[in-house]
Unconditional design. Structure first.
Length: 530
């Protein structure tokens, strides 16, 4: 790389690497050994968008804009009919033969706020199904409240009740904060400055007829005739700021209405592009909304990282012995999406059905969507440092990325012929190859655990215990009614004591087991707040 394109940190690392290589070449027998390798690569950076217009940026919501009258048509972007595309969008969401009951869950829900005291910043979900949309949107709302610009004073007075409003001013600000969260998701779905905001409505002339069509729509869509029941209009915009203002204008009207969530989902798909969404997926024929109206992992990933990939591990993997004939499966690739702003943890990981990568476990902000076989919720911390990746974890993340890129299965096995290239990718000197071969190669293959253990030893890094907090206070929010909405306090204390012997859970507790995938040696204490 041209040195002019390097950051100051990268220039320093390159200079240190050159000095180490020169020192290694000049060392005489019996002289003190030089450090074996350069400092490990740093943490992945947040995503950049070189193809977006330089003026297309995500600005924080302005409190003053909340005073404007909402629900009025806006002039940004030309409104166009998308009736020809609605069938494709619905097929991408529900598949070719969905159950009418599963479709119905998505045709009667909008973005509405909790009315429960102390939880006014929480979204209210009145039935199952759309939780895979609500949890990511709630995560972006919390990110803006806790860590975004003008909203910072909210944190100072709400450390113990972060979901509560403190008066009319905060209640007026909810619409622009919601609009900012939704526009943030759209911003990350498209690498260029081209956005589509869709509004879905019954195809009718009168209010009574609209109600009748809406009631019949699930059966019509299930029969593959969605365009006959619903109409869709859209505005094409080139600035995220315009998107935010348009969504803010509809926050109290069509976004809060029965087609609000479906309208936003169509906006996400149209902005990303149906063909791009299918290319993201391992199986393009899989609907984004499955049985019982449950969101797929592809849809959750699309909301969190802007790509509808099918997995939650780091990077991409080839299934099969030969990459030329194998099957490529995609996860969270830092080269494409950077460091995720919001993380993800899964109840399926302690069951060994999947493995969540370090990128999702250590996001830019201390906010995580929690997935289970039947529901999605979210947890967060008010302290930004609680998501910081330790040097040890950052090193393992990079080692894992290099190994997976050269593995011949799901990341557990690599051929010895790839060893030299893998060491070079990690910045380990070529002279260490003979030792690496002796320590790792067994019958021409290298196991992941052997590779991780040996390569980690080539770097001098602080352990996670030296760099991470011993005690964390998290909040768990679940907007589903019934039984919620609810907010719980989650105290996490990392120690050397067996967590099953400490207060707050056991191995049979699915929630605690999920937290242990991120904080392995933690005692967890959960208590209700509201």
């Amino acid at each position: 790389m041209d040195i002019s394109q390097m950051t100051e940190e990268e220039q320093l690392q390159a200079a240190m690497q050159l000095s180490l290589e020169e020192a290694g070449g000049a060392r005489t027998e019996g002289s003190p050994a030089a450090p074996r390798s350069a400092p490990p690569p740093g943490r992945p950076r947040p995503r950049t968008f070189p193809n977006k217009d330089s003026q297309d940026v995500l600005s924080p919501p302005c409190r003053a804009s909340a005073k404007k009258k909402r629900g009025e048509p806006r002039t940004e972007g030309a409104e166009v009919e998308m009736d020809g595309e609605i069938a494709e969008l619905l097929r991408l969401l529900f598949g070719d033969s969905p159950e009418a009951a599963d479709v119905e869950r998505w045709l009667s829900v909008g973005f509405q706020w909790s009315q429960r005291a102390g939880l006014e910043w929480g979204l209210w979900q009145k039935q199952g199904g759309p939780c895979g949309v609500f949890a990511p949107v709630q995560a972006f709302i919390v990110k803006q409240l806790l860590f975004g610009g003008e909203s910072q004073p909210i944190v100072e007075r709400q450390k113990e009740q972060p979901m509560a409003t403190s008066g009319a001013d905060d209640e007026d600000a909810r619409a622009p904060v919601l609009a900012h969260a939704l526009s943030s998701i759209l911003f990350h779905c498209c690498p260029s400055s081209s956005y589509t905001v869709c509004q879905v409505r019954p195809r009718a002339e009168s209010e009574g007829e609209a109600a009748a069509i809406a009631a019949a729509a699930p059966a019509v869509i299930a029969a593959g005739e969605g365009a006959g029941a619903l109409a869709i209009t859209a505005r094409k915009l080139s600035r995220a700021a315009e998107v935010r203002l348009l969504l803010e204008a509809g926050a109290d009207s069509w976004l809060a209405g029965p087609f609000g969530v479906l309208s936003f989902l169509c906006s996400v798909l149209a902005t990303r592009g149906p063909s791009s969404v299918r290319e993201d997926m391992d199986d393009p024929s899989t609907p984004l909304i499955g049985r019982f109206g449950h969101c797929s992992q592809e849809l959750v990933n699309l909301m969190l990282i802007g790509e509808a990939t099918s997995n939650v591990f780091d990077g991409t993997r080839w299934l099969g012995d030969d990459p030329s004939s194998g099957f490529l499966v995609r996860g969270v690739d830092s080269d494409r999406v950077g460091l995720p702003q919001i993380g993800f943890l899964s109840e399926l990981e302690p069951m060994r059905y999947l493995s969540v990568g370090l990128l999702y476990k250590n996001p830019d902000f201390p906010i995580w969507v929690l997935g289970s076989p039947t529901h999605y919720t979210m947890i967060f911390s008010a302290n930004r440092s609680d998501s910081q990746l330790s040097d040890e974890a950052s090193l393992e993340q990079q080692i894992r990325k290099v190994f997976v890129e050269n593995s011949i299965d799901e990341g557990g096995l690599a051929m010895s012929s790839s060893l030299s290239k893998m060491l070079e990718a990690l910045g380990i000197a070529a002279k260490m190859l003979p030792e690496a071969q002796r320590e790792m190669v067994r019958e021409d293959v290298i196991l992941w655990e052997d590779f991780r253990r040996w390569t980690s030893g080539q770097f001098d890094v602080k352990t996670s215990a030296e760099q991470t907090a011993n005690k964390l206070k998290l909040f768990l929010y679940d907007g589903q009614d019934p039984p919620g909405p609810t907010l719980k306090s989650v105290l996490v204390e990392v120690s050397d004591i067996d967590p099953t012997l400490a207060a707050g859970g056991s191995e049979g507790d699915a929630f605690v087991a999920t937290l242990h995938t991120r904080w392995p040696d933690a005692a967890v204490l959960v208590s209700d707040l509201g």
